[in-house]
Ligand binder design. Structure first.
Ligand code: AMP
Ligand code: MG
Length: 425
């Protein structure tokens, strides 16, 4: 058996980043930029108002209330082609450029207008710079707005758009083909014929790929037939950056994926027995003709998903240029006893992790830990990493891989200190 870390490293090492490509911002979410982007424009591009109100010279408001003459009105998108002289103010809306001469804005709620808007009373003294957004305060020309290796978030896309950047050089998302194998897989819609099962893996794996934002091709199902498998993999390699298969990598008579992959990889494929449970067998190799990585995942539905998490996902992230490849692992208190026997393997238990309202992580297993218990995987949002040994007792700290972070609090909503104060008052 090979240890998990070593197997992961073996796979990741053969999945270098895809070459960079200029993509429109709309397609660049979660992509990694190869080179830093430097600002060529300052943000805000001009000094503007943070409030609806009146642009004033702060010195004029000393001894307020004071009455000022209103020389114009500036909406967002407009400019006032006149500077304020002493004793003057201009009506101004949020985002409109502060006119020359003005150095502060008084919010509308602290003013009274007179003479059909021709003059205004400023009720209190206004500090210099109040409610004024200075040009370049957010970003200055020459600032690095996204450094090399950045994973583009929605905010980064906005920051780039602010710079007038419409397309950006990134490592593209990998294009991944997903194939199911096995004579037992039934493609019809009617009742199952004897001995047949439905194809769960293709749907789970396609969804896991799609959830990363990557591009997918559904490669369908092939039976346990040497020639069809060979053909399907070879054809897929012309459009896919990587291929994921499930089934056919155990020691059974018709476990042909490892046989065909061994051949197509020019005998460089590695068939591994990883010291984990579930997902022990893994076949990984590069197709000799195209260099396309093929992840031969096990057929049992939970094994396939766990194997995707442990091997395919980090390696495909590496292809996308990511520097952080693995999911976060957090220490959590197990609320149940976790029993196991020594077998030389790291056990990955399907579990639900949650945060109590003091920020403590808790975890409990979901029902059914056999590798075909897909239902219990559907109830899990985490995997407990239970090292070789005799298990853990309720109350112990265990390491937990967080798979999904959308449902971490037990009551579905984070109750903040602010909420508590609001309810008490
Ligand atoms: P194999 O590795 O091909 O021997 O498959 C191991 C187990 O996974 C067998 O019980 C298969 O029937 C099952 N299996 C293989 N492929 C799928 C699939 N696509 N969906 C559901 N179960 C599968
Ligand atoms: Mg099979």
């Amino acid at each position: 058996m090979i240890q998990l870390r070593e197997a992961q490293q073996f796979v990741i090492n053969q999945c270098p980043p895809l070459g960079q490509l200029a993509l429109p911002l709309q397609e660049a979410l979660d992509c990694v930029i190869g080179d830093s982007v430097v600002a060529t424009e300052s943000i805000p591009p001009f000094t503007n108002s943070a409030m609806d109100g009146y642009a004033v010279r702060s010195a004029d408001t000393v001894g307020a209330p004071v009455r000022l003459a209103v020389i114009g009105s500036i909406m967002a998108g407009q400019v006032l082609n006149e500077d304020l002289a002493p004793g003057q103010a201009a009506r101004i809306m949020t985002g409109a450029p502060v006119p020359g001469g003005a150095d502060a804005v008084c919010m509308i709620e602290e003013t009274d207008d007179h003479d059909e808007g021709r003059s205004v009373t400023i009720r209190r003294e206004v500090r210099r710079g109040e409610f004024v957004r200075q040009q370049g305060r957010d970003v200055g020309i020459g600032d690095v707005v996204a450094s090399a290796g950045t994973v583009l978030s929605p905010a980064h896309l906005g920051v780039l758009a602010n710079q007038g950047v419409l397309s950006v050089l990134v490592h593209p998302h990998p294009h991944v083909g997903v194939l199911s194998t096995g004579d037992e897989l039934y493609t019809g819609t009617g009742p199952l014929p004897p001995g047949k099962i439905r194809d769960a893996n293709r749907h789970s794996l396609l969804a896991l790929v799609r959830r990363e934002g990557w591009n997918v091709t559904d490669l369908g199902i092939v039976g346990d037939d040497d020639e069809s498998l060979r053909q399907r993999l070879t054809t897929a390699a012309s459009t896919c950056d990587a291929i994921i298969t499930s089934g056919g990598v155990s020691v059974g008579d018709l476990d042909l994926v490892r046989v065909v992959l061994d051949d197509l990889s020019g005998r460089t494929m590695r068939w591994m027995q990883v010291a984990i449970r579930p997902a022990k067998p893994l076949a990984f190799g590069l197709l000799a003709d195209s260099g396309t990585p093929v992840f031969g995942l096990p057929g049992n539905p939970v094994s396939a998903m766990v194997s995707f998490e442990l091997f395919a996902r980090p390696a495909l992230r590496a292809m996308g240029g990511h520097r952080s490849l693995h999911r976060p692992v957090v220490p959590a208190v197990t609320d149940v006893n976790l029993e196991r026997r020594r077998d030389g393997k790291l056990h990955l238990l399907r579990a639900r992790v949650s945060l109590d309202n003091r920020g403590g992580w808790h975890v409990e297993t979901t029902d059914g830990q056999e590798s075909h218990h897909l239902q219990s995987m559907s109830e899990a949002n985490a995997l407990i990493l239970l090292p070789d040994g005799s298990g853990a007792r309720a109350g112990d700290l265990v390491d937990v891989v967080v798979l999904g972070a959308n449902d971490l609090t037990r009551d579905g909503a984070v109750v903040t200190e602010h909420d508590r104060q609001m309810t008490m008052s």
